[in-house]
Design a protein around this ligand. Sequence first.
Ligand SMILES: C[S@@+](CC[C@H](N)C(=O)[O-])C[C@H]1O[C@@H](n2cnc3c(N)ncnc32)[C@H](O)[C@@H]1O
Length: 178
Amino acid sequence: MTTTSKPNPYPLHHSLAEKYRLDTQHFAFKHHLGGHNIVPHLSPAATSQILDIGTGSGIWVFEVAEQFPHAKVTGIDLSLPTFDGAMPAVENAGFIAADVNDGIGFPEGNVDLVHSRLVQAGISKDQWPEYFKEVFRVLKPETGWVQVTEPVTNPLDLATEDLPSASAFHEVISCLEL
Ligand SMILES: C[S@@+](CC[C@H](N)C(=O)[O-])C[C@H]1O[C@@H](n2cnc3c(N)ncnc32)[C@H](O)[C@@H]1O
């Protein structure tokens, strides 16, 4: 386990209340994905290593570890998850305390899926290219996946040439008169 004496870049404190908030939010995301935690199709038999960056309460790790019994599923976060009792005994689930701004301490080309959800508060704007370099470094070449979920803090950032001008998103933006 790695610990750091640098200031914590994440503004919310880990506590039981925060765990419950994150667990509830997790179920909302999962519902939005039709009851799934993972979007790409991964074969449980051929999947050996999954990482959850900024794991928070660790709920995603436990659920995915049960779904992928042959894989080691590791949650990385600035601190280890808070539990309201003993840590659930899921043999292939594990946690590491580390700041991913210092890199992802895993060997190259070994990971089937990196899941990264809502870590933006702890990754500075300048750090994102380095962050994704690290994510792609640890992924298995050709077959590795990254699944990222982050909010768009300024909706106008999306109302650009990235989306077709006839998209529903542009319609919403024009109604809002932003
Ligand atoms: C909003 S929570 C999201 C938790 C989880 N991904 C989820 O969706 O339920 C953000 C988490 O990312 C972690 N985090 C933020 N910056 C980080 C960093 N630089 N390195 C490791 N973890 C980080 C925080 O400690 C926090 O637990």
